[in-house]
Design a protein around this ligand. Structure first.
Ligand SMILES: [Zn+2]
Length: 397
């Protein structure tokens, strides 16, 4: 049993509470059972009727659902600090830098690769990410993609085969697509839940992306994709046509793309990754246009060593609000419930009865402070499935 009381501001993402998406409860308490599932949420004064043990009093702090980061690339070795410094000095970003990380990843031992992945997953957890998707995509050979997924599987069940990140320098594009759809997919499928493709300038075109996604689907994987990050193109249209769970980036969209996402029969989510634009000094995706058109929007970190070397979802939420004109409520929803939609999960992303007790105790009176105080460490404690996994639940003073 796990129980919190004295919650000044509890975000449940349970719209049935008050009709608003965040389902906020003030002066609240929350109870979870021994398996870490929420069994009761309600007024703090009633908590004694719903739990056997004494609840922990969080002293008026805010509690929000744990972040669901539906887009990361944590399996790699080395870093690209010199490339970042050069970019900040004026060299433009291109997809080719992925090859630098490929070389370092191939050269790393399993232990080094696993240690780096675990270190980054732990870093993400400390900033409140309780569900994380992790892609392969820096091995780009049958052996290295397969071991990347084996390592990813050690930190999450949301693993994604991204052999189609970029064509490696030692292969021709057509031959490489054949390998990705054949031998590589076969070697990777057992440790992958999803298949992904980088459909953009310098990576894979629409026809190649279609082949790769369909091959993954035929192997039993769910589909998601990188689409329309660097330029306009047919990625989003393809994703909606195939019914992918999420089109990620969505930075350069036509009116037709927006309409297609809004009417997507498969509920395709637009996952926006504003730290990628921040760290490449690129124009931000137009979140307002998407939300106003009725598209389901998620926010994720894109944590990777080239274009977005951060795992901080609090930073992503702040950028969603400050630079992409999302409301504070929309940005928090997108980083929690939106991420869960992008992973087609209903057990995470909210704190309604029946969902997992994955939550963050904030050293703040409300979720608004995530954007209001950008860059300030306000994550006091992180709980996953009813267990304290980071920080402290001691009273806020
Ligand atoms: Zn990515």
């Amino acid at each position: 049993m796990f129980a919190l009381t004295g919650i000044g501001h509890l975000v449940t993402n349970d719209a049935t509470r008050d009709g608003a998406p965040l389902g906020i409860v003030h002066d609240a308490a929350l109870v979870a059972d021994a398996s870490g599932i929420v069994t009761w949420v309600g007024p703090a004064r009633e908590v004694a009727d719903h739990c056997d043990a004494a609840p922990v009093d969080v002293g008026g702090r805010a509690v929000i659902p744990g972040f669901v980061d539906a887009h990361t690339h944590l399996v790699f070795a080395g870093d690209r600090a010199p490339e970042f410094a050069a970019r900040m000095a004026g060299t433009p970003y291109s997809a080719g830098g992925i090859r630098t990380t490929m070389a370092a990843t191939r050269a790393a031992s399993d232990d080094v690769l696993a240690h780096n992945t675990q270190r980054l997953a732990a870093e993400a957890l400390r900033s409140g990410t309780t569900t994380i998707e992790v892609k392969s995509g820096y091995g780009l050979s049958v052996h290295d993609e397969s071991r990347s997924l084996r390592i990813a599987r050690q930190v999450t069940t949301e693993t994604t085969f991204l052999g189609a990140h970029v064509v490696p320098p030692d292969a021709s594009a057509d031959n490489y697509v054949d390998t990705v759809c054949g031998e590589m997919l076969t070697a990777c499928a057992a440790n992958a839940k999803w298949v992904d493709v980088f459909c953009d300038r310098g990576a894979f075109d629409v026809d190649q992306a279609r082949r790769i996604l369909q091959a993954g689907r035929d192997a039993g994987l769910g589909m998601r994709m990188h689409a329309n990050q660097l330029q306009h193109g047919g990625g989003v249209a393809l994703g909606v046509e195939l019914g992918v769970a999420s089109c990620d980036h969505c930075t350069h969209l036509t009116d037709n793309d927006v309409e297609a996402l809004a009417n997507a029969h498969a509920g395709t989510v637009a996952t926006l990754l504003p730290t990628a634009e921040l760290c490449t000094r690129s124009p931000f995706p137009d979140a307002r246009r998407l939300i106003d058109a009725g598209v389901t929007v998620a926010l994720a970190s894109d944590c990777n060593p080239g274009s977005s070397y951060t795992s901080s979802m609090p930073l992503v939420v702040a950028l969603g609000v400050i630079t992409m004109h999302m409301t504070c409520d929309e940005a928090l929803w997108a980083a929690t419930a939106g991420g869960a939609r992008a992973l087609r999960r209903v057990d995470v992303g909210g704190l309604a009865v029946g969902q997992r007790a994955d939550l963050i105790v904030l050293d703040a009176p409300s979720h608004v402070h995530l954007a209001y105080r950008p860059g300030v460490q306000q994550v006091a404690a992180v709980v996953r499935e009813g267990q304290l996994v980071s920080g402290s639940l001691a009273e806020w003073r």
